[in-house]
Design a protein around this ligand. Structure first.
Ligand SMILES: [Mn+2]
Length: 410
């Protein structure tokens, strides 16, 4: 991304905050995995959205009139063991922030600035997925500020970040198009390699090899690739199964480009030919998806995407004799189908059920059908960009119809 993207994101953030407020956003660090080994570092998405700097232990700090980026200092011995750090010059070039300082200076800057008595509020993104999560740097900072400067009000930055991240900029849309090319290569590779007896691990290897060969840095999130009854675990990551003749494969995968990610699901028969029941069910999902891409347009409330998917797909499942009444729908449709994508696979954005769709939103249209008594479960999930007049299926080039899938596999 051009640094103007990050600069405008920071300006938009500052414009939302009170004129005596400070914002602090940390890049995070990798947790320890075992002994002296760490998990791969995954940068905080809000930090990336504001700076583009993919470097652990960095901090973005802004006042209404000033901003600074604190990055770990140059350390040749550290780099000898652990690899290159983003240096001050590079961080400035990437982010457009001119004042880049060594991270050791941050504490003094914070104390000095808060000690001036000019500021009433500090915004920090505060989010925990579960209450058991240990305090990260943000919570430690919030506690420190509360103890040392009790007159300062601490506010959560998340609502502002969510509002900013809702509407995608043209460069984000371009990035997801590029990311989709990687995802396409990965899914095609799995479809081409598939044959009865192939393991889930082999399919996963095919996916990873193809996306990285195409230029992706890796998967967007741990890929979900399963066969047969394992498809009934929605977030399956075991990869311990084997795909037998007649099994359906489910893939729910994505790739990043410039930190923008795709999230695409397909269901297909391991032997390359849909049998009668697979064909019946897949066609329901396909028809529902096609219908959604015809009707999604600006102004429609967000909840209608999920609601109409469910109703339309219910009618299809009723036609094939699977659903007898509306009460049956929960037996076969286990989840909603419209989460946003962007810097996160389940993107962190400000939406309510009544939020009207607007140009620049990107969310998944995800139709999941799970029929345990038939042993068939899958999702058909595409990335939908809302345009001025309607919408666009960004992942339409990845084989979707029965004919397209069978043509790739045979
Ligand atoms: Mn998905």
């Amino acid at each position: 991304m051009d640094k103007s993207f990050y600069t405008s994101n920071r300006q938009a953030l500052q414009a939302r905050l009170e004129n005596d407020a400070i914002a602090i956003v940390c890049s995070g660090s990798a947790p320890r995995r075992t002994n002296d080994e760490y998990y791969h570092y995954f940068a905080d998405r809000n930090f990336l959205y504001l700076t583009g700097v993919d470097q652990c232990d960095a901090i973005y700090f802004s006042t209404p009139t000033d901003e600074a980026l604190y990055v770990p200092p140059e350390d040749a011995m550290w780099e000898r063991w652990n690899g290159e750090r983003v240096k001050a010059d590079a961080a400035s070039e990437i982010s457009g922030i001119t004042n880049v300082r060594p991270s050791g200076e941050f504490d003094r800057r914070l104390d000095y600035t808060l000690g001036l008595g000019k500021y009433s509020t500090v915004y920090i993104p505060l989010f925990k997925y579960t209450r058991e999560e240990p305090d990260g740097k943000e919570y430690q900072l919030a506690k420190y500020i509360r103890d040392r400067f009790p007159h300062i009000i601490i506010k959560d930055l998340m609502p502002h970040m969510k509002a900013l991240r809702l509407i995608k900029k043209p460069c984000e849309i371009e990035a997801i198009r590029k990311a989709t090319e990687f995802t396409r290569e990965g899914i095609l590779a799995m479809m081409r390699a598939a044959k009865p007896g192939i393991t889930e691990l082999e399919l996963r290897a095919e996916f990873l090899y193809a996306i990285m060969k195409a230029g992706a840095s890796g998967p967007a999130a741990p890929p979900i690739i399963s066969a047969g009854k394992n498809n009934f675990c929605i977030h399956y990551h075991d990869h311990k199964g084997v795909a037998h003749d007649g099994d359906f494969i489910l893939n729910d995968v994505g790739t990043p480009y410039n930190n923008i990610v795709t999230d695409v699901s397909r269901g297909w028969p391991v032997n390359g030919r849909f049998n009668e029941r697979q064909r019946l069910l897949y066609q329901c999902a396909y028809d529902t998806s096609e219908y959604m891409f015809r009707i999604i347009k600006p102004g429609m409330p967000m909840k209608d995407v999920d609601g109409i998917i469910k109703k339309y797909n219910y009618e299809r499942l009723k036609e094939i004799g699977l659903c007898k009444s509306w009460d049956d729908i929960g037996t076969y449709m286990w989840h909603g189908g419209a989460h946003h994508v962007g810097f996160d696979v389940h993107d962190v954005v400000e939406v309510t059920p009544d939020t009207p769709l607007a140009p620049g939103m990107i969310f998944c249209v995800d139709i999941g059908i799970y029929v345990e008594e038939w042993g068939i479960g899958f999702r058909l999930e595409d990335n939908c960009l809302v345009t001025k007049t309607g919408c666009e299926n960004l992942s339409a080039s990845i084989p979707r119809s029965i004919e397209e899938i069978e043509a790739v596999m045979n």
